[in-house]
Design a protein around this ligand. Structure first.
Ligand code: HEC
Length: 159
């Protein structure tokens, strides 16, 4: 190796060394600046205290549906569910609605009665959606009439 190549070799080594030093110093500087801006490292923590985050979660939970049941109210998840939830659970519980199984005519009559006496608002186009939902999902229970007897062996009364 002549002197010149040796010199070049040395320069290269110094150059690499400096590169490493710069990189390390650079990283430390960035970390330092970051710590000044965010000393508690909050950006890396789970967002627990963020109120907006919690609100969104709660809103999602509010209308959670599990096994076909709207958890908050107990209503069956079906077409029109949210219209019913939004219009029929403000004054009384959803239970009161579910307990009352009626046909279309009687549901409409009940709504009219609430409108006339309980300040229920005009439901507009939602009335049809609500009544359809109720009639479909909470129809009147079948009358407790027994099935016709079949396959009976009648016997003659003897005297
Ligand atoms: C503005 C308030 C209000 C709203 C909204 C409301 N109701 Fe009512 N509803 C009442 C009141 C008050 C009663 C009587 C409660 C009681 O008897 O304890 C009642 C009673 C009922 C009953 C029982 C009726 C009976 O004969 O016992 C049913 C069923 C009912 N509501 C269904 C609904 C449905 C379906 C909706 C949505 C369209 C609805 N309610 C929305 C005020 C309201």
């Amino acid at each position: 190796m002549d002197n010149q190549t040796q010199f070049k070799q040395q320069i290269k080594t110094i150059y690499r060394f400096l590169l490493v030093v710069f990189a390390v110093v650079g990283l430390i500087t960035v970390a330092g600046i970051y710590l000044i801006v965010d000393p508690t490292l909050s950006a890396f923590r789970k967002v627990e205290k963020e109120s907006t985050y919690v609100t969104i979660l709660e809103e999602e939970d509010e209308d959670l549906v599990k096994n076909g049941i709207h958890v908050r109210t107990g209503f069956i998840d079906a077409e029109g569910l949210m219209v019913v939830v939004n219009n029929c659970t403000n004054c009384h519980s959803a239970k009161l609605v579910m307990q009352n199984r009626m046909n279309q005519e009687r549901w409409i009559a009940t709504i009219r009665w609430m409108q006339e006496t309980q300040n229920l608002w005009d439901l507009g186009g939602n009335e049809e959606i609500i009544v359809n939902y109720l009639v479909t999902n909470y129809p009147p229970k079948k009358k407790g009439r027994r099935a016709v007897l079949t396959n009976i062996e009648w016997y003659e009364l003897q005297d």
